[in-house]
Design a protein around this ligand. Structure first.
Ligand code: ATP
Ligand code: MG
Length: 216
């Protein structure tokens, strides 16, 4: 099988992540997309939340539940630990020797990949599908792809997706300011965030989210 691996923190998962999976699935004829949330590295807690990993995983579950070819891969989902991508990919190849892996990432990750631990070891394990994150990326990205291919024999393909200027950082900030995050995350994820008061400065209910009459 051809498997797309969509790695990330997913704090929270948003429609940018889902579109990447959907377009990679379609464009490259993949069989499945595995969403791979990383663990909670002890030194890099983004916000104070003891169940951060559990919440990130639960939000992915809800976001992908109706899509048969989107799966959750818990290989890196361990508390207080950090997994290296090269190691995960080597392990996935060993566990599933008949699969071909396609590692999906956004432009920002492609540009920083040489800072990843033992990044050279990633390239033999998969084909990288790199998506633009904004329209300034295109020329730079093609150059970066060529450079990585030449220097490290990386296999990299351009993944064309509609550009969406949405990030988890922006969603955390909006939620913490009491602003709406609807349309940017699946409804089930927005409901989950609201129910568990994720990313909120104060744990209190907000009337903006209450029941409203549709009739004027
Ligand atoms: P944060 O703001 O917390 O860094 P993020 O939105 O960048 O969150 P990550 O979990 O860091 O999400 O990203 C996982 C992968 O998805 C990365 O490879 C990232 O480049 C990619 N990605 C995230 N959002 C988008 C987007 N809107 N368009 C294209 N790629 C994206
Ligand atoms: Mg990011």
């Amino acid at each position: 099988m051809k498997i797309g691996i969509m790695g990330g923190t997913f704090d929270p998962i948003h429609i940018g992540h889902l579109l990447l999976g959907e377009f990679a699935y379609e464009e490259f004829g993949l069989d499945e997309i595995w969403y791979l949330p990383n663990g909670n590295p002890p030194h890099k807690q983004q916000y104070e939340e003891k169940d951060a990993l559990k919440h990130r995983v639960e939000m992915i579950r809800r976001a992908i539940k109706d899509v048969p070819y989107f799966k959750l891969c818990l290989h890196e989902a361990k508390e207080n630990s950090h997994s290296y991508t090269y190691k995960t990919m080597q392990e996935l190849n060993a566990l599933y020797p008949d699969n071909d892996f396609y590692f999906i990432l956004g432009a920002d990750s492609l540009f920083s990949i040489e800072d990843w631990k033992y990044f050279r070891e990633i390239f033999p394990t998969c084909t990288i599908l790199a998506a633009m994150r904004d329209d300034k990326d295109m020329t730079d990205m093609k150059e970066k792809m060529q450079e990585l291919e030449q220097k490290y024999h990386a296999k990299i393909r351009l993944l064309q997706v509609p550009l969406l200027d949405i990030s988890s950082t922006m969603l955390r900030r909006r939620a913490s300011n009491g602003q709406s995050i609807c349309y940017m995350v699946p409804d089930a994820v927005a409901e989950y965030i609201k129910k568990h008061y994720l990313y909120q400065k104060r744990k209190q209910d907000d009337s903006r989210f209450g029941e409203h009459s549709k009739e004027t």
